[in-house]
Design a binder for this molecule. Sequence first.
Ligand SMILES: Nc1ncnc2c1ncn2[C@@H]1O[C@H](COP(=O)(O)OP(=O)(O)OP(=O)(O)O)[C@@H](O)[C@H]1O
Ligand SMILES: Nc1ncnc2c1ncn2[C@@H]1O[C@H](COP(=O)(O)OP(=O)(O)OP(=O)(O)O)[C@@H](O)[C@H]1O
Ligand SMILES: [Mg+2]
Ligand SMILES: [Mg+2]
Lengths: 158, 158, 165, 165
Amino acid sequence: MTRKFREAFSEINRNFGEVFAKLFGGGKAELIMTDYENLLESGIDIMAQPPGKKNQHLSLLSGGERALTAISLLFAILRTKPSPFCVLDEIEASLDEANVDRFAEYLMDIARNTQFIVITHRKGTMEVANILYGVTMDESSVTKMVSMKLSDAVSKVS
Amino acid sequence: MTRKFREAFSEINRNFGEVFAKLFGGGKAELIMTDYENLLESGIDIMAQPPGKKNQHLSLLSGGERALTAISLLFAILRTKPSPFCVLDEIEASLDEANVDRFAEYLMDIARNTQFIVITHRKGTMEVANILYGVTMDESSVTKMVSMKLSDAVSKVS
Amino acid sequence: MYLKRLEIQGFKSLADKIDLQFNQGITAVVGPNGSGKSNIADAVRWVLGEQSVKSLRGARMEDVIFSGSDRRKPVGMAEVSLTLDNSSSVFPLDYSEITITRRVYRSGESEYLLNKASCRLRDIHELFMDTGIGREGYSIIGQGKIDEILSTKSEDRRTIIEEAA
Amino acid sequence: MYLKRLEIQGFKSLADKIDLQFNQGITAVVGPNGSGKSNIADAVRWVLGEQSVKSLRGARMEDVIFSGSDRRKPVGMAEVSLTLDNSSSVFPLDYSEITITRRVYRSGESEYLLNKASCRLRDIHELFMDTGIGREGYSIIGQGKIDEILSTKSEDRRTIIEEAA
Ligand SMILES: Nc1ncnc2c1ncn2[C@@H]1O[C@H](COP(=O)(O)OP(=O)(O)OP(=O)(O)O)[C@@H](O)[C@H]1O
Ligand SMILES: Nc1ncnc2c1ncn2[C@@H]1O[C@H](COP(=O)(O)OP(=O)(O)OP(=O)(O)O)[C@@H](O)[C@H]1O
Ligand SMILES: [Mg+2]
Ligand SMILES: [Mg+2]
């Protein structure tokens, strides 16, 4: 049990560092055991250092940096233990356009092993989708699906 | 004291309904005393009903509908008691483009009596600004200001 | 193993039947505020056996049934069916496809079906145990919830790693 | 009465002096993730007398001083000055402009100035009482905080109305 845990931990940790550096274009991040003497009960802390910046409390990161760090950890876990499918509801809302593009590019890579359904308002994310479903509310306040081309969807968000 | 409270309450309530209907293109919203028998201690609940929809728990509203409802209440309070200035940090992040445009239009109206400094990623909001300040991080991870034209700023977010 | 089809009727704002097909790639769902996108995510969460009304943004389980609008009367039942490919036999069942169905009526009465055969909620929970889908883990990240991955307590993060182990 | 000028140096990522002028219209602040926009909002909150490190996203008050980077050494002090127009005499002082300054050193020692004259934090709090600026009310809505207007308890909402009365 402890050995399985330690292997999962070290693999996710390695992935976390790699995905973070990929999404941030540099920098480092890792998971840290709060109590190395007691692996069976130790908690886990997160250290995240965007490129060029000093290692500081996670709370001092910007809204977009926090979101991208969380996304890095999510992707790291999915790389270690792929979920058959994953539904993401606007998780890239705080990212600027450059970060959305990096996120979308990495999503394509991870999507080889996990099926993604992403609810999004962002052009960069729409552009990497294989299928696009448009949702709208009709005059009776009932949801209906509408066929949607990428170009229409993109023009609605820019 | 109770009379002043009751007047402020009823004015904010009236504003809330008007701003909400303006931002949502219809619908109604109001503030409700939880205990009309005891105005000195009563709490206040929020009722919000987008156009065409039934009155439901606030929690069932969508992310964007909740944000727009909160913005309506904020603007209602500012109409009753204008703050000399107000700093808004990405409060329209969850709104779709159509709602951002309605928000920005209303912001222009309220800005006649309150000075606004808005941190934003959204084109609609940038378009109603009188001054645009660009912020960037230099190679030493230090913040510096850059002069920014509206057209440059807008192209970065679309 | 992947999600093939999602059929929703009477669930929240999806009063009229919605039938979504998925392939193994990335599917994007787009649309204006309040149109029903997150309600579709809620439908997936619900059919997988979600018991917490709070995770479904409601106050009571009845809140997931279409409650009507200016122009439409409420309906009496919500139903969601999820079809998964089982060609790699991830599920220990002799079918190449697994369809789970969940229904709830205004009375509070619920029904669960596995490939059209009546079953209990517990059977659905057990079906997904160890598949990495559903109630634990990260198969559904709700709106506004991505930050929670960072703000969970350090003990909760441990649980997440344990589940991945 | 309006905000005329904001001067920031050594505060969080604003290691080098930033001098922002404002007019009475709408000023938009734009830029990439992590560039320092919210730090500017934090600077306004801080110079108005914010005492809670949590509202400034820090763990200790020292966290607001530029702590260095790969290529820059940390600095020893953070300073923010806010200049407000007082031509309508909203502030009971004989100046057409009011400048408040706040400094903090690594030692934890703080200084406060009102039009360049040393004063106490309490004088700054009292200056803004009843002007609708600063610590209560809605003069600064932080990132991710707009939803809180709805999720405050119904008793807290009452306080908001009372302050507007
Ligand atoms: N039981 C119900 N009956 C009818 N309508 C409902 C019910 N439950 C929720 N709704 C409606 O569904 C709408 C919310 O839908 P949803 O959260 O899916 O929007 P969304 O497309 O995700 O929008 P956003 O982009 O703002 O996040 C609300 O307007 C709400 O009133
Ligand atoms: N004391 C400090 N010294 C140096 N850098 C700091 C300090 N405090 C915060 N920072 C840095 O400031 C950055 C955050 O800036 P800020 O929150 O203003 O970004 P932002 O422009 O609002 O971005 P976003 O669009 O993502 O919200 C972080 O990268 C953080 O490391
Ligand atoms: Mg949504
Ligand atoms: Mg920010």
